[in-house]
Design a protein around this ligand. Structure first.
Ligand SMILES: C[S@@+](CC[C@H](N)C(=O)[O-])C[C@H]1O[C@@H](n2cnc3c(N)ncnc32)[C@H](O)[C@@H]1O
Length: 388
């Protein structure tokens, strides 16, 4: 295969993609429509386009093909036709660490600024270590599974038998390489859930008690509810979301996990839901809020290129409104668990400051879970207690 052929395929994909759909969904349809692309073409095209977006807006004034070669060099430890043809002098260094390769790029291209990879760096929550966070974009995050009921060893053995390296993290978590086709190897989902490591760690903020009534008010397909249920199976659970479709996926997931007793409602939390909720009072509310998702962009690097800054304040306002609407259904002395997968201060600490100022809540604790140091997502979680 010639490099011109690969570059043409890359250009065509780049030009047909506008950032509206997640890149993996766009590629799925694109490859279906372009049947002339063989499996090797598809593999290279995916590697190139993903690597390209990981460069964000760095060296934006350079030719696209050169930017692609630089991105491909930084993101991969094996060479490619693009690296060989456009960066022949760097080819022998492709196996170096990301930090070492970044140094080489900086000295060969003095206009390279790491902060241009993530153009919204001024908006980051303060506790984020900027260089480490920015470096993390050149490494693909892992896939994490949360294993329930002491089945960790068995599941790790099944994976190992299939030649998959599964790293054990703590008592309940396994990390495998991204793209591992788990559903083809592990049958049934009773004993495991695919859930990011940082998302799993938010569970330590829940602290449910037996027979509590909990509401997962932005439940989507129920990741947090399943975590809550594993921490305390004897709870009464209400799940809701504005998207009915997500709740249908939730039913399927709950069924597979053996979670049978729960209530479900389609609710838009920007509306008045008094009719649906008038006699409800909860011992705990999980608000896993709609957000920019910026803590997960290591998995969706196209967002580094297509995200628009004005959306940060849009999400921040949405989060304030939703939180204000749910707190009235919380019992006094009980927790609101506020979660985002965002790295932006406006969606995290600033929302907490707003809630403390405007609602009967006090802050027990909050944490930015720094997934970027563990090939995982970065998330924010706070536990706020209702006062009188
Ligand atoms: C971060 S996701 C929740 C993920 C889920 N808790 C999990 O662990 O898999 C945020 C959810 O908020 C929902 N949402 C957005 N706007 C909403 C609204 N106005 N009212 C209710 N839910 C809303 C979205 O449909 C989305 O499913």
């Amino acid at each position: 295969m010639r490099v011109e052929h690969q570059l043409r395929a890359f250009e065509q994909i780049f030009k047909s993609y506008d950032g509206a759909l997640p890149l993996h969904r766009f590629l799925f349809t694109y490859f279906k429509r372009n049947k002339q692309m063989g499996s090797s073409d598809r593999r290279w095209a995916s590697r190139y386009i993903y690597s390209f977006f990981r460069l964000g807006k760095a060296l934006i004034k350079e030719e696209r093909a050169l930017r692609l070669a630089i991105a491909d060099f930084l993101c991969n430890s094996t060479s490619s036709l693009v690296i060989e043809s456009l960066l022949p002098e760097l080819k022998q260094h492709v196996e170096l660490s990301v930090s070492e390769k970044l140094e080489l790029i900086k000295s060969n291209y003095p206009a390279f600024e790491l902060t241009d990879v993530f153009s919204f760096h001024e908006e980051l929550s303060e506790s984020i270590d900027k260089p480490a966070f920015l470096n993390s974009f050149f490494t693909q995050p892992d896939l994490f599974i949360r294993v329930t009921g002491g089945h960790l060893k068995t599941i790790a053995e099944v994976l190992n038998k299939d030649g998959i390296v599964a790293e054990q993290i703590g008592d309940n978590t396994l990390a495998v390489a991204n793209g591992t086709k788990l559903d083809q190897i592990l049958t049934g989902q009773q004993h495991y859930q695919v859930q990011d490591l940082s998302s799993q760690q938010t569970g330590s903020f829940f602290q449910p008690q037996t027979w509590d009534k909990w509401w997962d008010c932005c439940a989507a397909s129920g990741g947090k509810s399943l975590l809550l249920h594993d921490l305390e199976p004897k709870i009464e659970l209400l799940v809701s979301d504005v998207r009915e479709n997500s709740l249908n996926n939730l039913d399927e997931r709950f069924r597979e996990a053996g979670l049978k007793k729960y209530q479900k409602k389609v609710l838009d939390l920007l509306q008045n839901n008094a009719q649906d909720l008038h006699d409800y009072e909860f011992d705990g509310i999980i608000l896993d809020a709609p957000c920019s998702g910026s803590g997960t962009w290591g998995r969706t690097p196209e967002m580094l290129y297509y995200f628009e800054q004005h959306k940060i304040s849009y999400f921040s306002k949405l989060q304030q409104s939703i939180a204000s609407n749910v707190v009235k259904y919380l019992k006094e002395g009980k927790p609101l668990i506020y979660i985002t997968c965002s790295v932006f201060k406006q969606e995290n600490e600033d929302v907490i400051a707003y809630l403390l100022e405007n609602l009967p809540l006090k802050l027990e604790k909050m944490e930015l879970i720094k997934g970027y140091t563990h090939k995982a997502d970065t998330m924010f979680v706070a536990r706020l207690i209702k006062t009188n």
